[in-house]
Design a protein around this ligand. Structure first.
Ligand code: TMP
Length: 245
């Protein structure tokens, strides 16, 4: 694996709900651009939020660097060609959404009919099979590894171990800024060059819940539940993180 500090952006390969992926002049590297696009409810609710791409790229980059320092291999390589983008390792994505929770919120409360805010004894861990057409259904570890065979037993073990450590690192990171990490979603892939399991996608206010001490949300719930100005919320989060650095 070379130590890359700069690549040249190539053609657009894929436009996701929130991120756009570009090829680069290195066959094992891609450029991932965080856009201002936002969506919820499997893409049913959509909008464009000024400043979101910048916030998500900055926060996700800071966290991925922290995860690397804590022994979690990630796809992050270096800064991209603009302030919304980063260079990442090319990976074959494992079609699993891995959710860690510290406090009851969102679908957990609906599913078990409990009020929002119950603090868990320890981090909980859930898996969903990532398939929009099926509505990302829940999947057990054995169904994922032995039934659908979408992940190896060894990777699953590492995914659980890394996700716990990701949760702990991110919780401490946001605590320094007076924010509580409620829950989060992460995705993993297999590095196309090395075959190693790596953390991919992003860790941003789009993919986690963050509350301040008054219970105000600094994340996509502001969009999901029409709680206020989404652009101002994302900018406020970036300010909190940058001013307290
Ligand atoms: P949930 O309460 O809707 O299950 O979401 C739990 C956490 O995972 C929350 O921080 C939002 C995040 N998440 C995503 O980023 N993408 C998804 O598709 C889902 C279902 C959740």
């Amino acid at each position: 694996m070379q130590n890359v500090t700069k690549v040249t952006r190539g053609e657009k390969l894929y436009e996701g709900k929130a991120n756009t992926i570009y090829a680069t002049d290195n066959e094992f590297l891609l450029e991932l651009e965080s856009t201002n696009r936002i969506s919820a409810g499997n893409g049913e609710k959509r909008d464009v939020v000024e400043g979101k791409g910048l916030t998500n790229n900055a926060i996700s980059t800071a966290l991925f660097k922290l995860f690397e320092q804590n022994g979690i291999p990630t796809h992050y390589v270096c800064e991209g060609s603009n302030e919304f983008s980063k260079v990442v390792r090319k990976a074959k994505m494992i079609p699993l959404e891995v959710i860690g929770r510290f406090i009851a919120a969102g679908s957990f409360c609906k599913r078990y009919n409990i009020p929002t805010g119950k603090v868990f004894k320890d981090m909980t861990f859930e898996l969903s099979y990532k398939d929009d057409s099926l509505g990302d259904p829940f999947i057990s570890e054995t169904a994922a590894a032995y039934g659908l065979e979408i992940v190896s037993e060894e990777s699953l073990y590492d995914i659980e171990y890394y996700t716990y450590n990701i949760g702990m690192c991110a919780q401490n990171f946001f605590k320094e800024f007076g924010l509580t990490l409620v829950d989060f979603k992460v995705e993993f892939g297999i590095d196309c060059e090395t075959g190693e399991l790596i953390l991919c996608d992003e860790f941003s206010p789009d993919t986690c819940r963050l509350w301040d001490k008054y219970g105000n949300s600094y994340d996509k719930d502001v969009f999901r539940k029409d709680l206020g100005n989404v652009s101002e919320t994302y900018k406020a989060l970036l300010n909190i993180v940058q001013e307290n650095k």
